[in-house]
Design a protein around this ligand. Structure first.
Ligand SMILES: NC(=O)c1ccc[n+]([C@@H]2O[C@H](COP(=O)([O-])OP(=O)(O)OC[C@H]3O[C@@H](n4cnc5c(N)ncnc54)[C@H](O)[C@@H]3O)[C@@H](O)[C@H]2O)c1
Ligand SMILES: [Zn+2]
Length: 365
């Protein structure tokens, strides 16, 4: 057998800027055009962003072709939507020198990012996140994907944006439940990586809930710095990046068992409590930790108990299917203390005995 080695040079461009500010949407397109004078622009957004005038603000008087995802939200995060987008771009003769602008929440960002990753083998994308989930989480880190008829994110790619523009004022039109649920990802960042951020969260929780712009600017920056640092250390989630899944093992199971009645952030709130109870059982946590987390989640109107109609057996069955399960049992991200994820033997996700998990689930009702 002959072997020829192909050596691939390091990617020429492996970083991207995140801009954070307020009320800059109406001047942003000119900046993007100036920064990318040779690119043909195409905007992907959804009907809520259009109805709330964000699309109009972004395009101002300019005539930029777009695709408006409708219905908005998870239902449209399907490969069929990507097919429609790509065919529209083809009909309009978009070539490899194109740039997709994603204006919206995590759904739009994931769809648009994936479309950019696969269109003509990959074109540029700029993310303009407009939800608490997208500004804290999904717009940074390069994960993109859409669902198949069988499972979530069945089609996916790591595809980094050229830039991310976070305008915290866009959050003003977001529904309050969506807004609060998305903040759980911010709380998660504080818990796994930054004790000072956690105390900031506690001190400023009322301002955060009431969308105080100055506070939102601060937390947007904290979130991006934390996520960017973790992603830079482990871009393809081999190890450390897994800490971003704190609270997500039980969280994803609860989300799916509720048939998506629970919003992602609501389910993760329950998952964070479950992780906290595991930590207590394993004598990891500081005595007061879980109580402090609970107070915050309650102020954020997040559930801290498993809904009664979801049985713990269902959760056990679902966590066995966790995409990172080994021998049909997941590993758990745990905290060593507030602001610090546990790392043992250079591993960031840990074995927890099934009996411990079962005991903890019983306590969640
Ligand atoms: N790629 C990643 O790393 C990553 C990380 C976390 C979540 N996600 C994905 O993100 C998705 C969830 O994201 P999401 O919570 O942002 O959901 P979303 O994009 O569906 O937005 C929620 C709802 O709010 C509306 N909306 C968005 N911005 C608005 C605004 N400014 N004003 C008024 N309405 C607005 C949307 O139209 C939608 O109806 C999931 O599919 C999840 O898998 C991806
Ligand atoms: Zn999440």
């Amino acid at each position: 057998m002959k072997q020829i080695n192909v050596k691939i040079p390091a990617l020429p461009r492996n970083s991207y800027p995140i801009y954070i500010g307020q009320n800059f949407l109406d001047t942003l397109l000119t900046k993007i055009q100036n920064d990318h004078p040779d690119r043909s622009l195409f905007i992907i957004t959804d009907s809520n962003l259009a109805e709330n005038n964000h699309l109009k603000k972004l395009t101002a008087e300019k005539d930029i072709p777009n695709y408006i995802i409708n219905p908005p939200g998870e239902k449209s995060k399907h490969i069929q939507t990507v097919v429609k987008i790509i065919e529209k771009m083809e009909q309009q003769f978009y070539a490899r020198d194109s740039l997709i602008i994603a204006l919206g929440g995590g759904t739009v960002g994931d769809i648009a990012g994936f479309a950019a990753a696969v269109y003509k083998r990959g074109i540029h994308v700029i993310q303009i996140p407009t939800t608490t989930v997208a500004q804290a989480d999904s717009s940074v880190g390069g994960k993109t994907g859409v669902d198949s008829t069988i499972s979530k994110n069945a089609f996916g790619a790591f595809w980094n944006p050229r830039a991310v523009y976070i305008d915290v004022a866009t959050l003003n039109t977001l529904d309050q439940t969506q807004y609060l649920a998305g903040l759980v990802e911010s709380l998660k960042h504080a818990l796994i990586a930054d004790e000072k951020y956690f105390t900031f969260f506690e001190k400023n929780i009322d301002k955060i809930i009431n969308r105080d712009i100055e506070t939102l600017l601060i937390i947007a920056e904290k979130n991006c710095r934390i996520k960017a640092k973790i992603v830079a250390e482990d871009p393809t989630e081999k190890n450390k990046r897994r800490i971003l899944n704190y609270g997500h093992t039980v969280g994803h199971a609860a989300e799916s068992a509720s048939r998506f009645e629970l919003l992602h952030g609501q389910a993760v709130a329950i998952g964070i409590i479950a992780a906290g109870l595991i930590e207590q059982k394993m004598k990891l946590a500081e005595p007061d930790q879980l109580r402090r987390i609970k107070i915050l989640l309650e102020k954020m109107k997040m559930p801290t108990k498993m809904p009664k109609n979801i049985k713990s057996n269902q959760i056990i069955q679902l966590i066995k299917r966790d995409k990172k399960a080994v021998n049909k049992w997941p590993k758990f991200v745990l905290l060593e203390k507030t602001g610090k994820a546990l790392c043992k033997n250079q591993q960031w996700a840990h074995d927890v005995a099934p009996e411990t998990v079962k005991d903890v689930l019983a306590k969640l009702y």
